[in-house]
Design a protein around this ligand. Structure first.
Ligand SMILES: Cc1cc2nc3c(=O)[nH]c(=O)nc-3n(C[C@H](O)[C@H](O)[C@H](O)COP(=O)(O)OP(=O)(O)OC[C@H]3O[C@@H](n4cnc5c(N)ncnc54)[C@H](O)[C@@H]3O)c2cc1C
Length: 244
């Protein structure tokens, strides 16, 4: 999730939003209230600084459970919590909901369109973005799974495909409708494939009259020689207890 840095912004054209005046306490700005940004915010809760936390969303997202939203196991609210609520007891902290568009490194300002926030110290914790490994054209066809919108899009695709298949008389077309391809056999792909199987075998069981959801095919494609390539091939064994 890139935030551009620049040293050539004309700060006369940007308007500082209300922040602590210079010279009172060091002004710390944290961009991003994900795991990293929130951890840093909490670590500075009692520090003699004026802290401004900026996120484009007004909620912190628990990404590890996104696959549950994508498969209708959890609602968006279950995995998101208001940033303001989380930080409301930190008297040295203010929260801004805004998209950071650029950072003026020389002028020490975080830019949010035509608004800006000056800083003495800056923490950028804007997370990662989806990597299509040089195939950005796939973005149109297949959403990644990083933000709530992705999870809701995947949920819509999965659920609506079963509705289409229920009305499809052509058996070949029906089976094609019920074939899902997931690209990437890392933890996210594996978790999503397993949760989809669970949805189709358990939650959807008996809900349709013309199709059997469990007959859907889930194909997980991985470019390496095995799935979960970033994990050890064999289970990690506990060290043997020492015998004297
Ligand atoms: C599907 C999935 C499953 C995962 N499962 C696990 C797991 O089981 N275990 C594990 O340890 N890790 C897991 N992870 C990884 C873990 O979620 C990330 O490592 C972690 O969220 C990274 O924290 P972060 O603070 O760096 O970024 P993020 O949590 O991504 O937070 C970045 C924040 O910055 C904000 N932001 C970004 N750009 C801007 C901008 N321009 N302006 C304003 N705000 C901005 C975003 O809105 C967001 O709130 C998973 C990740 C995903 C996607």
């Amino acid at each position: 999730m890139g935030v551009n840095t620049t040293s050539s912004i004309d700060t006369n054209t940007t308007q500082d939003v209300q922040v602590q005046p210079t010279g009172v306490q060091p002004r710390v700005v944290i961009v991003g209230a994900g795991f990293g940004g929130l951890k840093a915010s909490k670590a500075l809760a009692t520090a003699p600084v004026h802290l401004t936390v900026i996120d484009r969303d007004n909620y912190h997202l628990f990404q590890p459970m996104l696959y549950e939203v994508a498969t209708a196991g959890l609602a968006p609210d279950d995995i998101s919590s208001p940033i303001r609520e989380t930080l409301k007891h930190q008297s040295n902290t203010e929260v801004l909901m805004a998209e950071v568009t650029s950072i003026d490194v020389q002028g020490q300002r975080v830019l949010m369109g035509d608004e800006s926030v000056p800083y003495d110290y800056l923490i950028v914790a804007t997370g990662a973005s989806n990597n299509y490994f040089g195939h950005d054209e796939w973005r149109q066809l297949a959403p990644g799974l990083k933000v709530l919108e992705d999870a809701l899009e995947i949920r819509d695709i999965i659920l609506s495909v079963f509705e289409v298949a229920e009305r499809e008389a052509d058996l070949e077309k029906r089976q094609a409708d019920l074939t899902f391809v997931l690209v990437g056999g890392g933890p996210t792909g594996v978790e999503l494939a397993a949760a989809m199987a669970d949805l189709m075998h358990k939650s959807m069981s008996g809900s349709f009259r013309h199709i059997r959801p469990a007959s859907a095919r889930i194909i997980l494609v991985e470019g390496e020689s095995r799935i979960m390539p970033s994990f050890p091939a064999s289970p990690v064994t506990q060290p043997q207890a020492r015998r004297n």
